[in-house]
Write a protein that binds this ligand. Structure first.
Ligand SMILES: Cc1cc2nc3c(=O)[nH]c(=O)nc-3n(C[C@H](O)[C@H](O)[C@H](O)COP(=O)(O)OP(=O)(O)OC[C@H]3O[C@@H](n4cnc5c(N)ncnc54)[C@H](O)[C@@H]3O)c2cc1C
Length: 461
């Protein structure tokens, strides 16, 4: 640990996606930076979120490929899943990225302060009795797994996503409470490893924040994969049994399994940190900011999961960069929250940009919205991969594309083009004249735009 000086241009509380991105950008801009982190720099995303979950999903994909190899004329058998081996692969990925990140932070001459920080003045943080003051303060304390009344984590039979990532065995059976992003990703990975999974969701559909067609397609695929799910079934009661857990849902149905993963969302880590005492405006624990991420306290910014909105790592990165640039007086352009890409990495993947069909109709009026759904059945590369799904475009009549929604294996990688289309406010005709490599799944994006521009190629009008 470096010894902190008393005063810095920027003090950052929390070294996760939002905090460390802010630190790196601020240092690049010549500002002196101290970053306080009580655990490991990299935060949830690197150590307990994005990266380890995607490693598990990838290991699961390999298991599925071995099981399904015969479909491709390849004789392979799956002998089993060695969880110790999977965990060591996953931890290796995290470890390498962590090493790289700490190298970047120290090369940027950012002062890192290890320990739990607490706000003790408008821009002063206290860590183990030591006070660090910033001309500016950036709050980036992240989030924690929420639970429901009557559901206490015990680390064994009732677990959160963090404990789920360190399981040393493949559970025989599991209940996943919550059919949102984190819930469906774990359900998908566990099913690939051989677990009998049941998802319980209170809302009427899985991945309910997505376009309704995406939910339908994921549900269809999950049925095919024999991932059980109950929707519209709020949790009622948990009982521990001799062998695991029994969960009762509204309507009286019960489900039993070896363990229960609670994935009902994440709350902001803002309690007991001196935020309220300093007069910071909070709403249900979230830190309120204006569009420039400024809180009600002078020179205090907030970024990442503590700010209401989508809890995504790349949103945190972007907000961290924004705060650093705003502090440095660069007057950066306000971040468009609708322009932030979203991917759910279950099998099949879901990737989306902008407005759902329903939201676009609300915003523009139903008669001003035009929709085209291109089925991956017509896409050569998707046929080769044997994946099913679609690319759905939501456009404004005689206007730009305002929503792109995709389901299918590997469609997460198509989000790069989709975000340019959305953020550059492209018209279908703008994209229709661009040439897409054949055979790729990106052609499906091209074909959907051709069709929406009125000149479908491998599709019916
Ligand atoms: C299972 C899971 C999977 C996910 N997958 C994805 C994904 O695929 N893609 C994606 O974009 N997002 C994903 N996310 C979300 C992503 O991890 C978060 O949006 C992101 O980490 C938020 O960054 P942050 O900086 O706001 O908070 P965090 O990353 O949570 O960082 C906050 C940091 O602050 C530190 N801290 C807190 N209080 C104090 C204190 N008092 N003093 C000092 N330090 C403190 C914490 O130790 C932590 O390191 C996933 C999350 C989970 C849980």
């Amino acid at each position: 640990m470096n010894q902190p000086n008393a005063e810095y241009d920027v003090v950052i509380l929390g070294g996760g996606s939002g905090g460390y991105a802010c630190a790196l950008r601020a240092a690049q801009l010549g500002l002196s930076v101290a970053m306080v982190e009580k655990d490991k720099i990299g935060g949830t995303c690197l150590h307990r979120g994005c990266i380890p979950t995607k490693a598990l999903l990838h290991a699961g994909e390999i298991a599925d490929q071995a099981r399904e190899s015969e479909q491709f004329g390849i004789r392979a058998t799956l002998d089993g899943v060695d969880m110790a081996g999977v965990n060591s692969y996953k931890d290796g990925v995290v470890g390498r990225l962590y090493k790289g990140l700490t190298g970047l932070i120290s090369a940027a001459k950012i002062t890192t302060v290890e320990g739990a920080g607490r706000l003790v003045g408008p821009t002063t943080v206290e860590v183990d009795g030591q006070r660090i003051t910033g001309k500016h303060l950036v709050l980036a304390t992240g989030s924690y797994s929420k639970t429901l009344p009557g559901l206490d984590f015990d680390g064994e039979r009732v677990i959160d996503s963090e404990a789920a990532l360190t399981l040393d065995r493949v559970p025989e059976s599991a209940i996943v409470l919550g059919g949102g992003v984190i819930g469906v990703e774990f359900a998908s990975a566990w099913k690939s490893f051989g677990t009998d999974v049941t998802i319980i969701e209170a809302l009427p559909r899985l991945v309910a924040a997505e376009d309704e067609d995406c939910s339908k397609q994921v549900e269809r695929a999950f049925r095919k994969r024999k991932i059980n799910f109950l929707v519209d079934k709020p949790f009622e009661k948990l009982e521990k049994t001799d062998t695991g857990v029994r969960v009762a849902v509204a309507g009286g149905e019960t489900v039993e399994a070896e363990l229960l993963l609670v994935a009902v969302g994440r709350g902001p880590t803002t309690q007991g940190l001196g935020y309220e005492e300093q007069g910071l405006n909070l709403d249900r624990g979230f830190v309120l900011t204006d569009e420039r991420l400024r809180t009600n306290l002078p020179n205090v910014y907030a970024v990442g999961d503590i700010v209401p909105g989508m809890q995504l790592a790349h949103r945190g990165f972007q907000q961290g960069i924004f705060a650093a640039e705003d502090i440095a007086g660069l007057n950066p352009a306000v971040i468009d929250e609708n322009g932030i890409p979203r991917v759910t990495y279950c099998d099949p993947e879901v990737a989306s940009m902008g407005l759902t069909e329903a939201k676009a109709k609300e915003q523009y009026g139903a008669d001003k919205v035009t929709v085209y759904n291109y089925n991956l059945g017509g896409n050569g590369k998707s046929q080769i991969l044997r994946t099913q799904g679609f690319v759905k475009l939501v456009g404004v009549v005689d206007g730009p594309v305002v929503g792109i929604h995709m389901v299918g294996s590997r469609v997460g990688e198509l989000i790069a083009e989709a975000q340019l289309i959305y953020n550059w406010e492209a018209y279908p005709s703008d994209v229709a004249r661009l040439v897409h490599m054949h055979p790729t799944q990106s052609e499906a994006l091209g074909e959907a735009h051709l069709a929406l521009a009125g000149k479908p190629l491998h599709a019916h009008a």
